[in-house]
Design a protein around this ligand. Structure first.
Ligand code: C2E
Ligand code: MG
Ligand code: MG
Ligand code: MG
Length: 283
């Protein structure tokens, strides 16, 4: 595009790129100190069972409270953490904090409740990932079955053999594995058979218009049926309305995650939420 339109727009394009590079450099510099300045926080979102209305899972999500810019979206700063390699150290902090939090909630949560942590692509390409996770498990004393790792299709498919090996190793430790954002990536069905996955998370893209779009309903129903045939548990992401909940529940989706029950919230608020269970009265 820039080339075809000649010099003028090339210069324009280039200035824009410079601005982007500068913004990234500034971001990276402030991210370097974010850990030690304790600007990171984990927030927690419940995954609620359609069978009993109780919390059966939790997803830990990262927040960065920048002193002047306010709270920055992970969609913006995680790629910068990845490019700069800072993600490795931050990820360890995320794992340790999430596991310690789950342990602290041992008395207020049902024994089956899992704590899911997102693994970045960079982290997943690190051969040390299994050792890191093992260290966190032994340091925090968390039972492995309480820990769940979420990966995306693109993360695993980049190197499918290595991806399978890592997931198998994690599985052997007793950790649960989840495929995040399912349906938005390659959605190559072959790997579903090859990978040891316990959980499939339907992306909120298919949930958003579920009530009005019969095609989205067909896709959701197909994903749920397929995952069940393969022995996986389903989590629907981005559920905001009772209507979406009702449809997904009638399709047999086990777990519901979304603003309908709660936004991702700080630990202290999550504890209050957990004490008010069940979050939904199931007939
Ligand atoms: P994700 O793992 O798919 O997380 C779900 C995202 O959907 C979260 O956005 C969550 O706040 C949002 N969400 C949940 N329920 C609803 C809903 O009902 N409606 C809508 N519109 N959104 C909902 P968030 O926290 O901004 O995170 C965005 C992405 O950043 C995550 O997508 C994940 O890929 C990445 N991320 C977040 N925390 C971490 C982390 O600790 N480590 C890594 N590697 N990635 C993370
Ligand atoms: Mg996730
Ligand atoms: Mg997701
Ligand atoms: Mg996502």
């Amino acid at each position: 595009q820039a080339k075809r339109n000649g010099r003028q727009s090339y210069r324009h394009y280039s200035a824009e790129m410079n601005a982007q590079v500068t913004a990234r450099t500034m971001l990276r510099e402030s991210l370097m100190y974010a850990l030690e300045k304790e600007q990171f926080e984990l927030v927690f979102q419940p995954q609620v069972s359609t069978l009993d209305g109780r919390i059966h899972g939790i997803e830990a999500l990262l927040r960065w409270h920048h002193p002047t810019a306010g709270t920055v979206s992970p969609a913006v700063f995680i790629p910068v953490l990845e490019d700069s390699g800072l993600i490795v150290e931050v990820s360890l902090w995320i794992l340790r904090t999430a596991c310690a939090q789950r342990m602290a909630w041992a008395d207020i949560l049902d024994d089956s409740v899992t704590m899911a942590v997102n693994l970045s692509a960079r982290q997943f390409s690190d051969e040390l990932i299994c050792k890191h996770i093992q260290d966190v498990i032994s340091d925090t004393g968390i039972p492995a079955r309480w820990l769940e790792v979420e990966v995306t299709e693109s993360t695993v498919i980049e190197d499918i053999d290595k991806g399978r090996r890592i997931l198998e190793d994690l599985h052997k430790l007793g950790i649960r594995t989840a495929m995040d954002d399912f349906g938005t990536g390659y959605s190559a069905l072959a790997y579903l058979k090859q990978l040891p996955l316990d959980v499939l998370k339907i992306d909120r893209l298919f949930v958003a218009n579920l009530a009005n779009d019969t095609k989205d309903q067909a896709i959701a129903r197909a994903i749920i049926g397929l995952a069940h045939e393969l022995g996986m548990t389903l989590v629907a992401e981005g559920v905001e309305t009772h209507e979406q909940y009702g449809l997904l529940s009638s399709m047999g989706c086990e777990l519901i995650q979304g603003y309908l029950f709660s936004r991702p919230i700080p630990a202290i608020d999550f504890a209050k939420l957990a004490l008010g269970q069940p979050l939904m009265n199931v007939r």
